[in-house]
Design a protein around this ligand. Structure first.
Ligand code: ADP
Length: 334
């Protein structure tokens, strides 16, 4: 049911690992970021120095982790991976930083979720390549500065605006990843099919791409589901018929909406006359937590112009009625 969600758990991450592009020129789309990044890396290589710290922002599943791995591969350095939520105390971060090798790339996922003290330690480390190790406690405590070898932080965040300015300013380069166009997702799919050793027909690639919400992670996941269907119920071919049949099994419709998305829209249209209706009322109508509706279904519905948010509540946009095959009520007073 969650087949079109952009997040990934560990099992999913393992399946994804095989499909990750390893070099910048295998990375599909995001031309601007790719060009800029390739300059940054090439220049650093030419100078024989660690590249500037890189901040990558954008929604989940668009390739931030992949780019961090590519940066390390392109400069031929090891990659260390951690995340904001994994670092509980400044000391945890100090331990990671002080164990970095020269030129190592440190990937900090969800960097906006670092705790304050860790964040402050990070500024200093990024700017001066130094950590202050605190020894002792209370009045007798003192800080011993420890020099670090040069390294490169690659930070990832869903929104650059969530980062405090002082931290944001420590990044020499910021790249913003945007949702992919359908033809770019088709390229991702063709490449992935090749790696999975299956033949994907062009019409099937196009069909999967249009239902993937602009997100490579979702495209790859749908591809795996179509492959399952073709293997178990079809004749092994990944053609248009197989793609449609598989996506029907997983209840992913032509726009990439799943059951929850459609449930929300349908309730909005049929039970509340298209709104406006409050989030909590709407959530109760579909038997979900308000938070689930707000964070899981709503962002894509709003982005697709199916649902609107107004000060008085959620409203169905004309495209929602059309998508569900419903007729909106005539405007009152006419
Ligand atoms: P994020 O870190 O932004 O959540 P990931 O880097 O983990 O996203 O990417 C999710 C999946 O999508 C990976 O398996 C990766 O192979 C694939 N992917 C992402 N961007 C691209 C791209 N530009 N070209 C090919 N595959 C991509």
């Amino acid at each position: 049911e969650r087949v079109v969600r952009p997040g990934a758990d560990d099992v999913e991450r393992a399946a994804e690992a095989a499909l990750r592009p390893r070099r910048l020129d295998e990375f599909v789309g995001q031309r601007v970021v790719r060009d800029q990044l390739s300059l940054v890396l090439e220049a650093a290589l030419g100078r024989g120095r660690a590249p500037d710290h890189v901040l990558l922002s954008g929604p989940p599943g668009l390739g931030k982790t992949t780019l961090a791995m590519i940066i390390a591969a392109e400069i031929g350095r090891p990659l260390r991976v951690t995340s904001g939520p994994a670092i509980q105390h400044a000391g945890d971060l100090a331990a990671v930083l002080s164990s970095l090798d020269e030129g190592e790339v440190l990937f900090l996922d969800e960097i906006h979720r670092l705790a304050r003290p860790a964040e402050e330690l990070l500024y200093v480390a990024m700017e001066d390549f130094r950590v202050d190790v605190v020894v002792g406690k209370g009045a007798g405590a003192s800080a011993i500065p420890l020099a670090l070898p040069p390294f490169t932080v690659v930070g990832a965040t869903t929104r650059a605006g969530l980062l405090p300015a002082p931290l944001r300013d420590r990044f020499g380069f910021t790249g913003h990843l945007d949702f992919y166009a359908t033809d770019e997702l088709e390229q991702v799919l063709v490449r992935s099919a090749g790696l999975l050793g299956v033949e994907l027909r062009a019409d099937a690639a196009a069909e999967i791409a249009t239902r993937s919400r602009g997100t490579p992670r979702i495209a790859n996941r749908l591809l795996r589901r179509v492959r399952d269907w073709a293997q178990v119920r079809g004749d092994g071919r990944l053609d248009l018929a197989a793609a449609r049949a598989a996506l029907e099994v997983y209840e992913v419709d032509a726009l990439g909406l799943d059951r929850l998305d459609r449930g929300v829209l349908r309730a909005l249209c049929t039970r509340f006359g298209g709104g406006p209706v409050g989030l909590t009322t709407l959530a109760v109508a579909v038997g979900e937590e308000p938070e689930t509706v707000e964070t899981v279904a709503e962002p894509f519905l709003v982005r697709e112009g199916l649902m609107g948010r107004t000060p008085r509540g959620r409203v169905a946009m004309p495209a929602a009625w059309e998508h569900l095959g419903l007729t909106p009520p005539a405007p009152s007073g006419t």
